[in-house]
Design a binder for this molecule. Structure first.
Ligand SMILES: [Zn+2]
Length: 181
């Protein structure tokens, strides 16, 4: 391993040169601070810069940089939306990251959310819970992310936030369905 990237508190960057492990290559794309949170929000249906910014509280310059990197990496596409905003949407390459994000979410709930999961994931077809591995506990199907509904869980604390993302996710919401019609 090469730990130079941690020297002086530098963020993970493009400095895995010489690392041929595929994990290092993957971290070049998703290993920077905020990136996985941006992708999580994209799975929730967030598409607009302003919505990412309002929900995450990420500095706008950082958000701009991350959206640019993810678009350059082919994880997101950015295209003009109907209302003149650029809309960032997950590509098929980006959609493949869902199991990674789901696993990290559940790991975080397990170890850092004593009150239980902050959000739960259900099969849209029968409303049964879907396991970390993506299997419906009702019908036994492997459920693609497009057929998942995210709903508030017992560990979801009331934050008082009124941004459009928090508001949309206060009730069950189909994954990837845009927050704005
Ligand atoms: Zn099912």
């Amino acid at each position: 391993m090469n730990y130079r990237s941690y020297a002086g508190g530098m963020p993970l960057g493009k400095d895995y040169t010489g690392q041929y492990c595929s994990l290092a290559r993957a971290l070049e794309v998703v290993g920077e601070r905020w990136t996985l949170l941006i992708l999580r929000d994209a799975f929730f249906g967030v598409r607009r810069f302003g919505d990412f910014a309002a929900h995450l509280g990420v500095p706008r310059a950082v958000l701009s940089d991350r959206l640019g990197s993810l678009t350059a990496a082919g994880v997101l596409t950015g295209a003009p939306g109907r209302h003149g905003h650029t809309e960032y949407v997950l590509t098929s390459k980006g959609l493949e990251l869902w199991p990674v994000i789901r696993t990290l979410l559940d790991w975080g709930d397990e170890h850092y959310s004593a009150a239980g999961p902050r959000r739960v994931f259900r099969h849209g077809a029968d409303d049964a819970p879907v396991t970390t591995g993506g299997v419906c506990t009702g019908c036994g199907q492997d459920v693609p992310v497009t057929d998942l509904v995210v709903a508030p869980g017992p560990g979801l604390a009331e934050t008082g936030a009124t941004d459009p993302v928090t508001t949309a996710l206060a009730t069950p919401h189909r994954m990837l369905a845009p927050l704005h019609a």
